[in-house]
Design a protein around this ligand. Sequence first.
Ligand SMILES: Cc1cc2nc3c(=O)[nH]c(=O)nc-3n(C[C@H](O)[C@H](O)[C@H](O)COP(=O)(O)O)c2cc1C
Length: 180
Amino acid sequence: MFLLGSARCGGNTETLAQLAAAELPPGFKQRWLRLDDLPLEQFRDIRHEGTGTYPPAAGNELVLQEATFEATDIVFVSPIYWYSVSASTKAYMDVWTGWMRTPGVEFKARMRGKTLWAVTTFSDEDPKFVEPFVGTLRYCAEYLGMRWAGVLVGNSSAPGDVLRDTAALTQARTFFTTTQ
Ligand SMILES: Cc1cc2nc3c(=O)[nH]c(=O)nc-3n(C[C@H](O)[C@H](O)[C@H](O)COP(=O)(O)O)c2cc1C
């Protein structure tokens, strides 16, 4: 499952992810979801209220939950926003906290063993500014017992810029096929 988290369509991160995914074997099942097409309710922290449980997911949240459980691999396709994941990506991650506390969902057990990947782009020059993004996702993977497969990084600002990042384009050709 590819989760598109940019706040614009046709951005660099999406382009880079598409180039990388084009190298997957023919017939390899891919599901692409644009998080902005599936807006979530404002997440509420009710962990310490009443029973401390969350109601079953509904609407867009249920679409994302079912897609999440069906996927063997989750690919965050998120630009770097303020040194971290985009807001829509973060909102999706926050609902995991509710799913962990929804009776009958068994979220952690169902996430264990899945593989987490990321594709990102950023406009800065120093690669150190990608570190918080990578740390966020790697630690989430560790917490949930998922395999962290790493990140494909491109450099860009305006749409199309990433096509000039030859190092990223080269990495994209083997990212999904050799990291596995
Ligand atoms: C809200 C916002 C925050 C951003 N924060 C950063 C940042 O912290 N570091 C950085 O290098 N670039 C930052 N950028 C630039 C984007 O990461 C860059 O333009 C990226 O290529 C956008 O991805 P997209 O083309 O897939 O939408 C930010 C852009 C936006 C819109």
